[in-house]
Design a protein around this ligand. Structure first.
Ligand code: NAD
Length: 469
């Protein structure tokens, strides 16, 4: 409750506490090399991570055991994890802000989603008599280092699997804290082990060992494709890869749309979390008649954004995750300097990127997913709508799609024609609600099923004899 001064005081007090270090949490004593962990907003070293070596990964696989406790008991433990997360909000927010550059509001949303995943899968699975697959590898990204990390693990555990979790390189501290809380709540250590380290070493080892019976992955499309090839080569045929990946998300705003609402939703969709959401708006199509007016309004709204320290309650746009990301995004924008329609200032210290609006002729001008605060804008005539839908579909991604219009038939026609896992009408296109609004993409954006929906947990159980998967 951010309206409570006591809660705020506790959160701000947590800011000054030294963060715990990150390391593998395995049954056998882990070994590996130490690497610094950096605060993206300041560039300061905030701790260190021990990256698991080969022997530690091997021992993790050797010691992994499925969770044989009855489903009702597993559910009770997951609910206890949710309670412990809630009780530890101060330290969790502090880590999310310092390690991942999350604003306080983003951190609140992320904790809520993590807790929702735990309680939802507990409820979905508590009476299920089905058996687990065995060992599940869970590989997660840095942009939702608590929510996605927890959601993957909660589903795999609820189904009774042994889990080997590999968090993103950039966010090992939040992963270590989360697994410590899971162990404290009663998840046995041999059932859930954490293997901090690189994708190319630890991640690759955990997706190429025959003992692994399933992989759940969230991250970029390129990495998912690499993992898919590795699994095809090394794992038993039919081993599931549950993948949630990247997107090239578009929104159409026609001239009947309520412009103030549309502009607010465009700005939130493109710039919230510094554009580092897989659901974020990348390519906005504006109908020609109203485009000049709407573009002026977007520029005005961008001018109101505050770019800065995520701890500041007035900050709208925080840093991007690291120097590499900053240089890549800034380099991309520099290459397109002739197309810049608007850009606002960003601090020069830390890894901030100036929110930018670029002119394009359509989604085909976007070479790839730019994972930052960069919004591409194209204009269209009413007669070209079908063409736009076809060109968005032809890119092959299918994560989120937004539409602002007051024409009911248009909502119906476009929603039916567009290939996207999540379609948002007359609202922003970020965000999902565990249980009621599950999230996941099609095509190059994921293999499904949607996280936080009823089809997700069943994929983590062994197939039922005689039933097609
Ligand atoms: P990434 O693909 O670089 O890394 C994701 C994870 O994969 C990390 O833990 C990484 O260490 C690991 N990895 C890398 N190489 C590997 C390999 N060869 N074998 C096994 N594991 C390997 O992605 P990222 O930069 O951490 O995250 C951003 C990306 O994630 C964006 O593309 C974004 O769209 C996507 N994303 C998608 C969703 C969704 O729900 N669809 C949600 C969040 C993020």
């Amino acid at each position: 409750d951010l309206t409570d001064d006591g809660v705020l005081a506790e959160i701000f007090a947590a800011r000054d506490v030294a963060l715990p270090n990150a390391h593998p949490l395995t049954v056998a004593a882990p070994s590996g090399t130490a690497q610094p962990v950096t605060n993206p907003a300041t560039g300061e070293t905030i701790g260190e991570v021990i990256e698991a070596d080969k022997a530690t990964v091997e021992a993790g696989l050797d010691n992994a055991r499925p969770w044989t406790a009855p489903a009702a008991e597993r559910a009770a433990v997951l609910r206890r994890v949710a309670d412990l997360y809630e009780a530890n909000y101060g330290v969790l927010f502090a880590i999310l802000a310092k390690e991942a550059g999350k604003s306080l509001l983003d951190a609140v949303g992320e904790l809520r989603e993590a807790v929702d995943f735990l309680r939802y899968y507990a409820q979905e699975g508590e009476t299920s008599p089905r058996s687990p697959r065995g060992i599940f590898t869970a590989i997660s990204p840095w942009n939702f280092p608590l929510a996605i990390f927890t959601g993957q693990i909660a589903a795999a555990l609820m189904a009774g699997n042994a889990v080997l979790a590999k968090p993103a390189e950039q966010t090992p501290i939040i992963a270590t804290k989360a697994v410590e809380l899971m162990h404290e709540a009663g998840v046995p250590r041999e059932v859930l082990q954490l293997l901090t380290g690189r994708g190319a070493t630890v991640g690759a080892a955990l997706t190429s060992d025959k003992r692994v019976k399933g992989v759940v992955f969230t991250g970029s499309t390129d990495t998912a494709q690499r993992i898919n090839r590795t699994m095809a080569e090394h794992l038993e045929p039919g081993t599931p890869l549950i993948a949630e990946t990247g997107g090239l998300n578009a929104m159409i705003v026609d001239s009947t749309a309520l412009s103030e609402q549309a502009v607010r939703d465009v700005v939130a969709s493109a710039f919230q979390s510094a554009g580092q959401r897989c659901s974020a708006l990348r390519c906005l199509y504006l109908q020609e008649d109203s485009a000049p007016h709407v573009i002026e309004m977007i520029k005005g709204a961008m001018d109101q954004l505050t770019v800065g320290n995520p701890w500041d309650l007035t900050t709208d746009v925080g840093p991007v995750i690291d120097r590499e990301a900053r240089d890549e995004i800034a380099g991309y924008v520099a290459q397109k300097s002739n197309s810049i329609m608007h850009q606002i200032a960003a601090p020069s210290e830390g890894t901030f990127v100036a929110p930018t609006m670029l002119k394009v002729s359509g989604i085909n001008d976007l070479e790839r997913e730019i994972f930052g605060p960069v919004l591409h804008i194209a204009t269209f005539k009413a007669r070209d709508l079908d063409k736009i839908v076809a060109e968005v579909n032809a890119r092959g991604f299918g994560l989120t799609f937004g539409l602002h219009t007051r024409i009911d038939d248009r909502v119906q026609n476009i929603s039916e024609a567009i290939h996207a896992g999540n379609i948002y009408v007359n609202r922003n296109q970020i965000g999902a609600v565990v249980g009621s609004q599950p999230f996941g993409g099609e095509g190059l954006s994921g293999t499904g099923p949607k996280a936080g929906g009823p089809l997700y947990l069943p994929r983590f159980f062994a197939p039922e004899p005689g039933l097609a998967e």
